[in-house]
Design a protein around this ligand. Structure first.
Ligand code: CP3
Length: 348
C-alpha cells in the first residue's frame, strides 16, 4: 500500500487539492496527559518509551482521542526521539521533566543507521494495527522529527530554552553537523517510507525549533534537509503525502513550502493570519493554528479565536488544528467545544 488511498478521508482530500467546508480537524498531541484514559494506559506501560514500543498499548492510546472527539485524523502514538534511540543513542524520559539523552560527540560520531528499522519494528507494527482498527473515514498520520529539531536534543542531551548547544555546534563544527544531518536525512527517509508502506496515509515532519536559526541556518538546516527527505520518500513511495511543521518559521514559510514541496504546512499560533492567507495558502494547504492556551482557558475567547481562523483561512485549503500541541492542563470540554464550533461553522 502507498499513501494514495483517499477513500472518503476528508483530510486527504484537502492534501490532494480540495477546499472542504467545514475543514477537517485534528489536534497535535491529541493522545496525551489531558486524557484520563491516556494516563491509565500510560501507567500500565511502565516508562514512556515502553509505551512507544508496545504496539497494543500504543494503538490503544492513538485511538482514544478518536473515540472521544471523532477527529478526522489519528496520529501514530510515538515520539520523535525514538529515532535517535534506534540509532543507538541513549534516550530516557524523566517523569514530569522531559527527555534526556547521552549527548552525541560530533568528533566521535557513533550511530547505527543499519540497525534502525529492526529496532523500530514495533512502531511500524503499531501503524498497521491502528490502520486495521480505524474507521474508513479517518486518516492515519505517521511522523518523524526533522533533522534540526532532533539535533537540538541529540547535542544538548535535553530540551533547552534557546537551543544554544546545537546552535553553537552549527557554527563551531559545520562539517560535524553536516555528517549528522546526512545520517538523519537517510534514517528519516527509511522510517517514513516504512510508516507509509505499513498504512500511514500521510506523514508529518515536526520541526519544533525551526525558528531558532538565522536566515543562513534556516536554509541549510531546515529547508535543505526537509527537501531531501520529501524527495527521498517520494522516490520510494510515489505521490507520498507529506506535511511540514516548521514552528516559528514566520517569513520563511513561502520559501519552505516552495522548496520542500510539502502538501500542507503547519502554522504556529504566532503567525499572522493575513500573511498566511495571502502568501502561504495560495501555495499549499495550511494546518493550524489555534493557540493551545485557549484549550486551558476556554470560554468566549476560545470561540472568537476559532471563528477568526475560520474567517481568515476558510476560503482556501485549511486543516483545522492547534498552533502547537495541547498541554496536559488542556480541558476535555474545551476540546469538544472547539471541535463542535469548527464542525457547525456557517457555510461559506
Ligand atoms: O498525539 C500525538 O501528537 C502523537 C504523539 C507525539 C508525542 N510526541 C507523544 C508524547 C508526537 C507527535 C510527539 C512529537 C514530539 N516529541 C515533538 C515535536 C512536536 C512538539 O510537541 O514540539 C517533540 C519536540 C518531542 C520530544 C518530547 N517528547 C518532549 C520535549 C517531551 C516532554 C514534554 C512533554 O510534553 O512531556 C516528550 C514527551 C511526550 N511525547 C509525551 C507525549 C504524550 C508526554 C510524556 C508522558 O506521557 O509521560
Amino acid at each position: 500500500m502507498n499513501g494514495k488511498t483517499t477513500g472518503n478521508r476528508r483530510l486527504l482530500r484537502v492534501l490532494d487539492g480540495e477546499r472542504l467546508w467545514p475543514p477537517p480537524v485534528w489536534m497535535m498531541r491529541q493522545a496525551g496527559r489531558y486524557l484520563p484514559e491516556y494516563r491509565a494506559t500510560r501507567a500500565k506501560a511502565g516508562s514512556f518509551l515502553d509505551l512507544c514500543y508496545a504496539p497494543k498499548l500504543a494503538t490503544e492510546v492513538t485511538l482514544q482521542p478518536i473515540r472521544r472527539f471523532g477527529f478526522d485524523a489519528a496520529i501514530l502514538f510515538s515520539d520523535i526521539l525514538v529515532l535517535p534511540h534506534a540509532l543507538g543513542q541513549k534516550v530516557w524520559f524523566v517523569e514530569g521533566e522531559g527527555p534526556r539523552l547521552e549527548p552525541v560527540d560530533l568528533s566521535r560520531l557513533v550511530l547505527e543507521p543499519d540497525r534502525l528499522l529492526p529496532r523500530l519494528e514495533p512502531v511500524i507494527e503499531t501503524v498497521s494495527r491502528i490502520r486495521a482498527e480505524l474507521s474508513e473515514e479517518t486518516a492515519l498520520l505517521g511522523f518523524c522529527g526533522a533533522p534540526w529539531t532532533l539535533i537540538t536534543y541529540m547535542i544538548a542531551g535535553r530540551g533547552t530554552p534557546d537551543q544554544m548547544p546545537a546552535r553553537r555546534a552549527v557554527l563551531a563544527d559545520p562539517a560535524g553537523i553536516d555528517r549528522l544531518v546526512d545520517i538523519l536525512v537517510g534514517a528519516s527517509i527509511d522510517y517514513l517510507t516504512a510508516q507509509l508502506r505499513a498504512g500511514a496515509d500521510a506523514v508529518q515532519i515536526f520541526d519544533t525549533w525551526a525558528g531558532a536559526l538565522d536566515d543562513t541556518g534556516f536554509r541549510r538546516l531546515v529547508i535543505e534537509p526537509t527537501k531531501r527527505i520529501v524527495a527521498g520518500v517520494r522516490e520510494r513511495v510515489p505521490g507520498a503525502r507529506m506535511i511540514g511543521f516548521p514552528k516559528g518559521a514566520g517569513g520563511h514559510l513561502p520559501a519552505y513550502v516552495r522548496e520542500t514541496g510539502v502538501d500542507a504546512v503547519g502554522i504556529d499560533w504566532q503567525a499572522s493570519l493575513d500573511f498566511v492567507r495571502d502568501a502561504v495558502q495560495p501555495l499549499t494547504a495550511v494546518q493550524g493554528n489555534l493557540d493551545p492556551l485557549h484549550l486551558v482557558v476556554g470560554g468566549e475567547a476560545l470561540d472568537a479565536s476559532v471563528d477568526k481562523i475560520l474567517d481568515r483561512l476558510g476560503d482556501g485549503r485549511l486543516i483545522f488544528n492547534l498552533g502547537h500541541g495541547i498541554t496536559p492542563d488542556g480541558s476535555i470540554d474545551n476540546v469538544s467545544r472547539m471541535v463542535a464550533r469548527v464542525r457547525t461553522a456557517g457555510r461559506r
